[in-house]
Design a protein around this ligand. Structure first.
Ligand code: COA
Length: 332
């Protein structure tokens, strides 16, 4: 062990200004507000403006995270951007963000684990920081899901939204807590469960819009999230009772409720904002975390549990202990 500990020192988030309500879907699809609210927990979602892309959202969120960490872009050693909806196929959206921020010293790459992307990226960030490979990282989840939707498919179009969240992860020699155990998983045999047929090198004639087996995805998500959470709690040597706040990927309120019931967590210990954003894929956890921090729901010493499941299929969970890091930088 290097003696270095990875800690979050700033958070930020951004969502496009345009709100699309359930009634907006009901105006042209065979669906209604009651069905969507009861089956998913979603009331509205944000939709990127024409010409607004994943990097635009990411830059806004990253600037807020840098500001809350008290850092300048030039302080950053690396940018990890979790996204399944890059601006263009290549170069990476992270490189576009690096240029826009003026993070001239930073390496930059995208990471695609779809809805699990942010937990994957945090796991990589922890490793980079704790091995001494980088001291200050921006970890971003940013998605414009609205460009990957089949707007005529009521089973998927109503679920997703656009947004971005970011955190600054720094190395500390004095903080003993910060990012704890993280564990990831994948089972590529189920790649067809949620996928976009086109958009890559395999089937260029197919549309690059989401196809999903909703019922199967729902059941697997509930089972896999529970397993993943229990695995990481065991690794950390704690029980659900030790968790102050669960910040889960926001895919469906019924998936979150099933997980909370299994863990015995009361509603005040679960961060939920799916009602306002829908499923923003890799952005959902950092947006929810930022809202929890800014909303005063996170206190010094709180144990926070992150967990996600997504296309791949992929999953991952992580435990972190919150500290008022910024004031401690002088001692880091
Ligand atoms: N409005 C009204 N009816 C709808 C609808 C909508 N927006 N979407 C689907 N339905 C209909 C279906 O067509 C189906 O009708 P049928 O029985 O006549 O065929 C009926 O509702 C029930 O469909 P079902 O798929 O069983 O509903 P559900 O309770 O599973 O809810 C989802 C559908 C998509 C909300 C749910 O399966 C889900 O959230 N799955 C997981 C999605 C997810 O998490 N994806 C991302 C993972 S990161």
């Amino acid at each position: 062990m290097s003696g270095l500990r990875a800690v979050i020192t700033g958070t930020g988030s951004y969502a496009p200004s345009r709100i699309m309500t359930n009634d907006d879907f009901a105006a042209y699809l065979e669906t209604n507000d009651t069905w969507i609210r009861e089956r998913t927990g979603i009331r509205e979602r944000r939709i990127a403006a024409e010409g607004e892309a994943t990097s635009d959202l990411a830059v806004e969120a990253a600037n807020k995270a840098l500001e809350s960490a008290g850092l300048a872009p030039s302080d950053i050693d690396g940018i990890l951007l979790a996204t399944a909806t890059p601006d263009i196929l290549f170069p990476s959206t992270a490189c576009l963000v690096q240029a826009r921020l003026g993070a001239t010293r930073a390496f930059a790459f995208d990471l695609n684990a779809v809805c699990s992307g942010f937990v994957y990226a945090m796991t990589v960030a922890k490793s980079l920081v704790e091995t001494g490979a980088a001291a200050r990282l921006l970890v971003i989840g940013s998605e414009v899901m609205s460009r990957s939707l089949d707007w005529s498919d009521r089973g998927t179009a109503i679920l997703f939204g656009d947004g971005a969240g970011a955190v600054v992860v720094e190395a500390s020699t004095v903080v003993s807590r910060g990012l704890g155990s993280f564990r990831l998983g994948a089972d590529g045999r189920h790649w067809e469960m949620i996928h976009t047929p086109g958009g890559g090198s395999r089937r260029t004639e197919e549309p690059a819009t989401i196809r999903m087996k909703g019922g199967e995805t729902f059941k697997m998500a509930v089972r896999q999230l529970q397993e993943s959470v229990l695995e990481v709690l065991k690794l950390e040597g704690i029980s659900p009772a030790d968790i102050s706040l669960l910040v889960p990927h926001q895919a469906n309120i019924r998936i979150i409720d099933a997980l909370a019931a299994r863990l015995g967590l009361a509603p005040e210990r679960i961060m939920v904002n799916i009602d306002r954003y829908g499923n923003t894929s890799a952005a959902s956890i950092p947006v929810a975390l930022d809202e929890a921090v800014r909303g005063g729901r996170v206190q010094e010493g709180d144990r926070i549990l992150l967990t996600a499941f997504g296309a791949g299929v992929t999953w991952g969970s992580g435990v972190l202990t919150w500290e008022a890091h910024r004031q401690k930088r002088s001692r880091m």
